[in-house]
Design a protein around this ligand. Structure first.
Ligand code: BDR
Ligand code: CA
Length: 309
């Protein structure tokens, strides 16, 4: 049976690819797309979700806008990676896909209430999920799993210690990790095994349908922007790794550990402290993804793009 998911995202290039993967693969049923401010402001991430869905012909899935700001900190965006629009690289037309009038937090809660076994897949800052937990605690207790892209057990990509999605709203991340719900964290340690190499770009270009052409153009912009920004880390395709974990859990190996989020305004604000050695004595509260079968991941991504006509 297909896994029912809600994708909460801030498109964003890798978010766009996560959306395309989630819609195309028969092992998941994409119930809703919700947007949050992150890679760009909320108006831009929401427009981008609708743009990608329009090109891909995803018309039956509701898309709703959520939080425009983090819970407590000042807003952080990433134009150096995703450009001024948040999704540079493809000449999008006006989107045909409209906006659901509900707030994302209400769409999430109504969807979880109406269906059994819903997995949330947040691939942006965790603001919407934290607000949903606060506003609809009874309904949210039904969530099957929260498979999120974010955090790191080692180096950060936004500060030396913190990853973007968690650093952009550490207080929200703290609420999610301490919620008692099942959490699977797909951190940088894992996503840096999903690199957009020139060979991968060629393979995406060779798929040859319109959606894959858009994906190739977006990936081209994304890898160039990351190269220009640091020239060191290379372009990792973060967000689709979380979707891949839902589709084929066996290609994303996880370990059960305790994770806490640094919320003090310190040098490590927004860091995820992952007790991989079990030395804290704190109860494990999350599965943390560690090893990716990169070949299987890219096969999955390429098959998904090929499925669009
Ligand atoms: C995360 O930050 C964003 O820029 C990406 O979309 C991804 O979700 C990686 O740190
Ligand atoms: Ca993202």
């Amino acid at each position: 049976m297909a896994q029912k998911i809600i994708l909460d995202c801030d498109p964003g290039h890798d978010d766009a690819l996560a959306l395309l993967l989630a819609h195309a693969h028969p092992a998941v049923e994409l119930l809703a797309v919700t947007t949050v401010a992150g890679n760009q402001t909320l108006d831009k991430t929401t427009l981008n979700a609708r743009r990608v869905m329009s090109v891909a012909g995803i018309k039956e899935v509701p898309v709703a806008a959520g939080a425009a700001r983090p819970l407590m900190r000042d807003q952080l965006t990433a134009p150096e990676v995703h450009g001024q629009s948040g999704l540079e690289g493809w000449p999008f037309d006006e989107p045909e896909v409209g906006l659901d009038p509900r707030h994302a937090v209400d769409l999430i809660a109504e969807t979880v209430a109406a269906c059994d076994e819903v997995t949330l897949v947040p691939v942006g800052p965790l603001t919407n999920i934290a607000l949903a937990l606060h506003r609809h605690p009874g309904v949210m207790a039904k969530v099957k799993d929260i498979v999120l892209m974010g955090g790191s057990s080692g180096l950060g990509n936004t500060t030396p210690a913190a990853e973007f999605n968690i650093h952009a709203d550490p207080e929200a991340a703290h609420i999610v990790f301490s919620s008692g719900l099942p959490v699977t964290m797909v951190p940088l340690d894992l996503t840096h095994q999903a690199m957009v190499t020139p060979q991968i770009l060629e393979q995406v270009r060779a798929v040859g349908n319109r959606v894959a052409d858009m994906a190739a153009a977006l990936l081209g912009f994304y890898s160039q922007a990351i190269d220009d920004a640091d020239g060191l880390s290379g372009a990792a395709l973060h967000d689709p790794c979380a979707v891949a974990r839902v589709i084929h859990p066996e290609i994303v190996e996880c370990k059960r550990v305790n994770v806490v989020v640094e919320t003090a305004r310190s040098w490590s604000y927004g860091a995820t402290v992952c007790d991989l050695q079990g030395i804290s004595g704190r109860e494990p509260n999350a599965l943390i993804a560690q090893d990716l079968d990169a070949g299987a991941f890219w096969d999955l991504m390429l098959d998904a793009l090929t499925a669009y006509s």
